[in-house]
Design a binder for this molecule. Structure first.
Ligand SMILES: [Fe+2]
Length: 437
């Protein structure tokens, strides 16, 4: 019979997209029992290996564009994080390889000069097996620290950030490998192991996607994270915003609707586009969302399962901020602000009976949704001291906030206050849109 700890873990692993409610039940890792912490640590770490498992060693070293990192690379800096921030300064710690401090530093200038991101694909060594050995050594050392009760409250907070960091990389592993495989003319399928990992084929019935508007009154509202459960620093402090009355769509824009935009000449008419967006469309020859192809009048989409006919009633995915904004203008509406999105999502949660998750629809389980909000600091935001202060704050320039979560988001990593962010031209993530007016 499974213990309560194992039962909880099993639930986390088997439920690929828990609703917001599940996050309120998150165990506090700072005060968790050691055996729970060990199990949770390994469960998160092993998920990365399960994502990598269907790939050949050759698959794991390709970098198909500067934004994409090779899978083998993803497996290393997540490990580097635990070694650098929890192991390195402890008596008796012997690094697996002294060169890894430079090689797998993603962007922490406080730690040292990072290896250039766009050159990660040039690293044929260390090989995959060596990175796996690195992971094993660090995992064993972390497990020992937990079991010996050697992690104080601050260390446990760092461990918690490290696990959330690993989950962020898990989503990137899936989106990056999708891009890598899409560049191969054979269009190979990722072949997920069939346990909810990496399935980006969503095919709802037309009746499941009835369009409606949720109307919300004007008022002074609270947004941002406060209280129980993990959150990243950029989700706080909780603060008030004044919202004018607004309406927000009950669901995301679908592929079928986006085809109407294309057929209406959406990509050829500059009046729908921001100036930078129009330049981007022209210079990059953009005619459809990423991964779409058209043969004999029918659209197909490259997925983690290979090339598939486009599911017309699925939410449109792999669109940039520019495309999302142009679609919204063409449709006579606009993108929501992140405060509107969060307020509406929280409001909807309150309205739904505890047992009825259906009205929450595809708010946070299918595609990240572009908002019109630039990614900036909340009032009163302060970066942490030291290297971990580099985690979020320094990226608050030239990016837009996305809300929700996607088919690739790891279990337990979705929150109503979660702020994802990407530059406006990025579209290799699972990114779509929801309209507002
Ligand atoms: Fe990272």
């Amino acid at each position: 019979m499974p213990s309560e700890t194992n039962h909880l873990l099993l639930e986390i692993l088997l439920n690929p997209h828990p609703s917001l409610r599940d996050d309120s039940q998150q165990t506090d890792l700072v005060s968790a029992r050691s055996d729970f912490l060990v199990d949770h640590f390994h469960a998160v770490r092993q998920r990365s290996l399960r994502i990598a498992a269907p790939l050949s060693p050759e698959d794991t070293v390709v970098q198909s564009m500067p934004d994409v990192s090779p899978t083998r690379w993803h497996l290393a800096p997540t490990t580097w994080f635990f070694e650098t921030f929890l192991l390195k300064d402890r008596d008796g710690h012997r690094p697996f390889n002294d060169d890894f401090e430079y090689l797998f530093n993603s962007y922490y200038n406080t730690v040292g000069k990072p290896f250039p991101r766009e050159r990660r694909g040039l690293l044929s060594r260390p090989g995959l097996s060596e990175v796996m050995e690195y992971r094993e050594q660090v995992d064993e050392a972390i497990q020992r620290l937990i079991e010996q009760d050697s992690l104080d409250a601050d260390d446990r907070r760092v461990l918690e950030i490290g696990l959330n960091h690993e989950q962020q990389h898990q989503e990137l592993m899936l989106t990056d490998i999708k891009h890598v495989l899409s560049c191969n003319p054979l269009l190979p399928a990722y072949e997920n192991p069939g346990d909810g990992l990496g399935s980006d084929v969503i095919d709802p019935k037309p009746s499941d996607v009835t369009a409606d508007w949720l109307e919300l009154d004007e008022g002074l509202e609270w947004i941002g994270h406060e209280g129980h459960g993990f959150h990243f620093d950029n989700e706080a402090p909780r603060h008030r915003v004044y919202l004018e009355a607004y309406s927000i769509a009950n669901r995301c824009v679908t592929n079928r609707e986006f085809i109407h935009f294309i057929e209406a000449g959406g990509y050829r008419r500059p009046e729908h586009w921001l100036s930078m967006g129009w330049s981007w469309v022209q210079s990059e020859d953009i005619e459809a969302p990423l991964y779409w192809t058209r043969r004999d009048g029918d659209w197909s989409q490259f997925t983690l399962h290979g090339l598939r006919p486009l599911a017309l009633d699925a939410p449109v995915s792999h669109v940039s901020y520019f495309e999302a904004d142009a679609y919204a203008r063409w449709a006579g509406h606009r993108l929501p602000t992140e405060a509107e999105w969060e307020h509406a999502r929280a409001n909807l949660e309150e309205r739904c009976p505890e047992t009825d998750a259906a009205p929450l629809g595809n708010w946070d389980q299918q595609v990240w949704q572009w908002t019109q909000s630039p990614y900036t600091a909340y009032p009163g935001y302060q970066t942490a001291a030291g290297a971990l202060g580099e985690y979020n704050g320094k990226f608050m320039c030239n990016q837009f906030v996305l809300r929700g979560g996607s088919v690739a988001t790891s279990p337990g990593h979705i929150r109503v206050t979660y702020r994802n962010f990407f530059p406006p031209e990025a579209r290799w993530q699972f990114t779509g849109l929801r309209l507002a007016k």
